[in-house]
Design a protein around this ligand. Structure first.
Ligand SMILES: Nc1ncnc2c1ncn2[C@@H]1O[C@H](COP(=O)(O)OP(=O)(O)OP(=O)(O)O)[C@@H](O)[C@H]1O
Ligand SMILES: [Mg+2]
Length: 307
């Protein structure tokens, strides 16, 4: 059997007295995408930094393919690509020059230029290639940052919040690039604050909370933790007190409120809607939905479940 692409066992990382990671176990099979979710300060970046050899484990082990991130750090670095929350591009060079420079720094000699051109072509960066990075918008820089992480043809790619601050179009573009890479067999570990992003890209998700794994599973498995159906109805504000449940309520405008409640299953949702009708509640909009990963997150925040 081949080794998992990423294997983390009992990983602890302390900064002074603060345990940024407090006993994390996880693995990712080669060619899959692992999504790491968590609130600010949960330990996502510390996990990525440990896996990419920038931070040493205080206790426990982390392996990339068959290599130990401490003992075999140099070889690990050869196999991985990393894009950070803070991009390390030279502002005064063009996008193409940046990619070429990175190629030379990582040991590509005469082929550095060709590699840069190939990535520009593959990631659709032609319109930025000749512009200085310092002049580009944040979204364009993210895409060049991603290209930079691919110069060394890594079999594993680490993306720390790759789409934070991107507009929806740029985000979708970056998702397509990640899809292409995973289709070609690259293993991806990405952190994100966007549940929609994890839902869209990840085969498996690990939710970190205060340095520990609060939940893990496929997106579908995590949604099943919450279960039930979410009924949301837009009703007149003055009828709020007449609802047969205590809702989560958001004001839509001066007169209307969006009231939501989670019920056990579809028949319960139907009964609830019938009850609203019987009570003469004037429903102007209605949705019955399965829980989203957002609901999983809210649920975990409330229960503080650790697993
Ligand atoms: N170099 C460091 N020195 C001291 N403390 C650190 C360092 N890096 C991280 N920490 C602490 O470790 C904890 C986890 O931080 P980390 O950056 O891993 O969280 P995160 O999940 O990436 O958060 P965010 O969503 O804000 O990016 C925090 O309490 C943070 O203050
Ligand atoms: Mg972070």
């Amino acid at each position: 059997m081949t080794a998992p692409a990423v294997l983390v066992e009992d990983l602890h990382v302390a900064f002074g007295k603060n345990w940024a990671l407090d006993g994390v176990d996880l693995e990712a099979a080669a060619g899959t995408t692992l999504g790491v979710l968590g609130h600010n300060g949960a330990g996502k970046t510390t996990l990525i930094r440990t896996l990419t050899t920038l931070v040493r484990p205080t206790i426990g082990r982390a392996h990339i393919e068959d290599l130990d991130v401490v003992a075999d750090a140099t070889e690990v670095r050869r196999r991985i690509g990393v894009t950070g929350q803070y991009a390390g591009l030279d502002e005064f060079l063009t996008a193409r020059e940046n990619l070429e420079l990175i190629g030379r720094l990582t040991g590509l000699r005469r082929t550095a230029r060709a590699r840069a051109d190939a990535l520009i072509d593959r990631l659709g960066l032609d319109e930025y290639a000749a512009r200085r990075v310092g002049e580009l918008s944040g979204g364009s820089r993210r895409r060049i940052d991603l290209a930079a992480s691919l110069v060394g043809s890594p079999s594993l790619l680490f993306l720390d919040e790759p789409t934070t601050g991107l507009d929806p179009l740029a985000r979708a573009g970056l998702w397509d690039v990640v899809d292409e890479l995973t289709d070609a067999g690259t293993t991806v570990v990405l952190t994100t604050q966007y549940l929609e992003e994890a839902d869209r890209l990840a085969d498996h998700i690990v939710v970190l909370s205060r340095g520990r794994v609060a939940a893990r599973g496929t997106p579908a498995e995590l949604k099943r933790i919450v279960g039930g159906k979410v009924v949301s109805a837009t009703v007149p504000a003055h009828q709020l007190a007449a609802l047969p449940f205590v809702p989560d309520a958001d004001r839509v405008d001066d007169n209307r409120v969006r009231a939501s409640v989670t019920v056990d299953d579809a028949p319960a949702a139907i009964a609830l809607v019938a009850d609203l009708h019987d009570r003469g509640i004037e429903v102007t909009d209605l949705d019955v939905a399965s829980p989203s990963l957002d609901d999983v997150f809210t649920h975990l925040a409330h229960t503080g479940a650790h697993k």
